[in-house]
Design a protein around this ligand. Structure first.
Ligand code: SAM
Length: 318
């Protein structure tokens, strides 16, 4: 079964908090760096009218198509662009703009991507292990599982999945490969992971394949490097008073967001005891959320995806 654009279902996470923190008002320009099906974007666009503009970025053609259909009534106030958000600076310059008033990142994959069997993200169905958000990328998850050594696989599972059994799972994959050929399907991988993790440990911490699938997805899409670069460029592109809002879904993402915000909010970094500042570093951000915000009980009951969401927001200083 292949899901079609009309089937694009993804409930925008923490929408009220996004709108409150982003403060979109008529006439302003906002970039949604993770457009998806346009759920957040549609609500932001309503607040930007009249006279405002939203530029939506996504690296997934299906998401862009769904968003273009959903937001067509906004006419020229809405533009959808296929790109990786690590290209934000050049995109903004390409639109002839000197800066933007708001920027949203709603990270990770959409429910539509997760539930589309042909995209290969799911450990719950038996699907081909693709996991590319951008189908133009050359390497799929199955390619990584075929080409990488046990050491390289273990490193990915440990670093991107925080998987305790990384080494054991990697060596089971390599053993499987040499006996039965490449691991192409999620069903095969789930079985290998189940065999590799001792029974007692398998009963803790959710689905036993969750962390390895997360790790492979991050590696295939080079997600963490894109995030660092996208955040730096995005903060650089904000006009004074502009807001940035980021929703992260796991601690690796959230750690990067927190670190970037704290760094942006820090002034002088001269060693203590220096009589006069020589670094001349000025804060560029004011953090609006000292602690991350989480979805409320009502939203959690309606949208299980919101369970792992943490939202951070900051304002660009003059
Ligand atoms: C959680 S969904 C966004 C859903 C959206 N906020 C909505 O309400 O419909 C994340 C989207 O970001 C896209 N994405 C993730 N990383 C990206 C990147 N580095 N560059 C561009 N798009 C990215 C994914 O393809 C996916 O469509």
């Amino acid at each position: 079964m292949v899901l079609e654009h009309k089937d694009y279902r993804h409930i925008p996470v923490m929408l009220d908090d996004v709108l409150r923190c982003l403060e979109p008002v008529p006439g302003k320009v906002v970039v949604d760096a993770t457009l998806g099906g346009g759920g957040h974007a549609g609500a932001i666009l309503e607040k930007l009218q009249p006279g405002g503009k939203l530029i939506g970025i996504d690296q997934d053609d299906d998401a862009l198509e769904a968003a273009r259909i959903r937001l067509s009534s906004f006419g020229s106030s809405f533009k959808a662009v296929k790109a990786n958000f690590r290209q934000i600076s050049e995109l903004i310059k390409g639109f002839g703009m000197s800066g933007i008033d708001g920027l949203l990142f709603d990270l990770g994959v959409s429910s539509f991507q997760l539930e589309s069997p042909d995209r290969g993200f799911s450990y719950r169905d038996d699907v081909l292990l693709d996991m590319r958000m951008d189908k133009d990328l050359s390497q799929t998850a199955a390619d990584l599982l075929r080409d990488l050594s046990a050491r390289q696989l273990a490193e990915i599972f440990r670093e991107y999945g925080e998987e305790k059994w990384a080494g054991r799972i990697a060596s089971f994959i390599v053993k499987y490969r040499s006996r039965h050929g490449p691991v192409l399907r999620s069903g095969q991988l789930v079985e290998i992971i189940r065999d590799a993790i001792p029974a007692a440990a398998r009963r803790r911490g959710g689905h036993p394949a969750k962390r390895v699938f997360q790790a492979l997805r991050i590696a295939v899409n080079n997600e963490l490097d894109s995030l660092k670069s996208g955040l730096d460029q995005g903060v650089g592109a904000l006009l004074p008073g502009g807001r940035i809002v980021v929703i992260a879904y796991h601690s690796l993402e959230d750690g990067i967001v927190k670190e970037r915000f704290v760094e942006g909010a820090r002034g002088c970094v001269c060693p203590p005891g220096i009589p006069v500042c020589v670094c001349h570093k000025l804060p560029v951000l004011k953090i609006l959320t000292r602690k991350p915000l989480y979805a409320g009980q009502r939203e959690l009951a309606e949208n299980p995806r919101a369970r792992s969401a943490r939202l951070r927001a900051a304002e660009k200083l003059a």
